[in-house]
Design a protein around this ligand. Structure first.
Ligand code: DC
Length: 232
């Protein structure tokens, strides 16, 4: 018989940042399950805004963004992330926001200060709950600079592209490995070089390079980190 010993950890915010397709969401979800934390995928909100912008013509084929109109329209969008995934009002958009069409436009959209302010407001609302694990690009630097535990994730780009392509193929979506690699390198570049809240490692973040780690190994790793950090 296997007896699972529940690790009781304090009410904290865990911020997980890092490059595209490093498995941040899967890792954060596992942490949420393991420690009964609330999980929030901040990238899903940026993707939701992007889908909204595409469908309503606020971003063109060459990624020119009509910022004033998009910002004004966001005031009335009921974009949320909950048990059922990402939704706009009653419409679930979880599948659409993972498409290459959205992936190709999300980084430019995420450079817009008004979009970031909109998403940050939603994220901080969630943060009030405590016992929250959130993943993204600027959670430990901008959204929750006082998060008690910050993890910065990275992995070899080709390994990341392969994982992402496999994930898409499993969902029945078309995925060419070269396109996926190109897209994630472009996103890494834009995310790290934008003016507002660029992707950077927080000074007090711990790095996790999971290029050659299984999910179980990552969970063992995070448990050790938590034990050490909180003296458990
Ligand atoms: O984690 P993801 O791949 O779903 O994120 C999609 C995009 O959203 C990513 O390319 C950059 C942006 N993003 C961001 O700028 N800040 C965050 N906290 C989360 C995501």
């Amino acid at each position: 018989m296997i007896i699972r010993v529940l690790m009781l950890i304090p009410d904290i915010i865990i911020a997980i940042d890092g490059y595209s397709s490093t498995g941040k969401s899967s890792f954060a979800k596992m942490i949420a399950k393991e420690f009964s934390f609330l999980y929030l995928d901040s990238g899903a909100l940026y993707r939701g805004v992007t889908l909204f912008a595409i469908e309503n013509g606020y971003i063109s084929d060459d990624n020119t963004i009509n910022v004033p109109e998009l910002a004004a329209a966001l005031e009335y969008v009921d974009l949320k992330f909950g048990e059922g995934g990402t939704c706009i009002g009653d419409r679930c958009i979880e599948q659409e926001i993972r498409s290459m069409a959205v992936a190709g436009k999300v980084s430019p959209i995420a450079t817009v200060a008004e979009v970031r302010a909109f998403v940050d407001r939603k994220l901080r609302e969630f943060g009030k709950a405590k016992r929250v694990v959130m993943d993204g690009r600027d959670i430990g630097t901008t959204v929750f600079p006082h998060a008690e535990l910050k993890i910065f994730m990275t992995a070899d780009p080709l390994i990341r592209a392969r994982r992402r392509a496999d994930e898409m193929a499993a969902k029945g979506m078309e995925a060419n490995i070269e396109d996926v690699l190109k897209n994630l390198q472009e996103r890494d570049y834009i995310d790290s070089h934008r003016e507002v809240s660029p992707l950077t490692q927080a000074e007090d973040a711990i790095v996790l390079d999971n290029s050659h780690m299984t999910m179980d190994e990552q969970i063992v790793w995070v448990k050790e980190v938590i034990k050490e950090r909180f003296g458990l």
